[in-house]
Design a protein around this ligand. Structure first.
Ligand code: SAM
Length: 225
């Protein structure tokens, strides 16, 4: 409040990221003579500290060692997303796929996709590219994966009531169009996430996280930590 009684508008807030906390750990204590000799440790991280956004059991591990460890216990779940508009959601789906340790993410259509939301998780898992839906379907056939469409289109059953296949390739559609008709026809079935509000659909990255979690509940053991 000023002397004359008028209220000044608040000063603009500085444009900084909301979360600027430093994560991770500093250099391995004790210097090089105290370093562990496990080959999974990365000497650069031991020397400089590990500020990556990884779970604690992977601290100081090289990226290759983490990739190999994840691949060795990856789930029999793959996810595919049609890339019609370099959608930011693809990065977010890749990040969730890493969190649930799916064996692979499949980008169908355009090769370039916006990696921002992935927060570098795309380096830790297999990302396949298929120019056409048929290439994805051929891959699934060859590898013995059932292709399950996750979409709220007509005729979709409820994901919450479905017994998901162990070898499962989940397909998600683009934000605008949903799963393209040709690909949808090739899915063994369509499953929708039950909604209770007024919106027709949820964001595709949110849908992908829910669907991956549904598979994990049915087929994966307890999470390591
Ligand atoms: C925003 S939706 C596409 C438009 C949507 N078909 C509609 O009627 O509004 C984009 C993608 O998100 C996923 N999705 C969104 N809501 C879903 C739900 N309730 N159940 C299953 N998938 C959903 C599907 O993969 C879908 O193809």
């Amino acid at each position: 409040m000023t002397d004359c009684g008028s209220v000044l508008p608040p000063a603009p807030e500085p444009d900084v990221p909301a979360d600027t906390r430093e994560v991770g750990v500093g250099p391995w204590p004790g210097g090089p003579q105290a370093w562990p000799d496990d080959p999974r440790y990365d000497p650069v991280l031991l020397a400089q500290g590990d500020r990556r956004n990884v779970v604690d059991r992977y601290r100081y591990w090289s990226m290759e060692a983490i990739r190999a460890d994840l691949a060795g216990r990856a789930h029999l779940l793959h996810v595919a997303i049609e890339n019609v508009s370099q959608d930011l959601n693809i990065g977010s789906i890749v990040r969730s796929a890493n969190a649930f340790n799916v064996a692979g993410v499949h980008i169908v259509g355009r090769r370039r996709w916006n990696r921002r939301g992935a927060m570098v998780t795309d380096r830790y898992l297999e990302v396949h590219h298929h120019a056409q839906p048929d290439d994805l379907l051929a891959w699934a056939h060859e590898e013995g994966y059932e292709v399950v469409g996750i979409d709220n289109g007509p005729g979709a059953g409820l994901l919450e009531r479905a017994a998901l296949p162990r070898h499962c390739l989940m397909v998600f559609g683009s934000e605008g169009e949903g799963i393209s008709p040709g690909l949808q026809e090739s899915c063994s079935r369509l499953l929708r996430i039950g909604q209770y509000g007024s919106t027709r659909s949820i964001n595709v990255a949110a849908a992908a996280a829910v669907a991956m979690h549904a598979w994990v509940l049915q087929h994966a053991g307890p999470a390591p930590d």
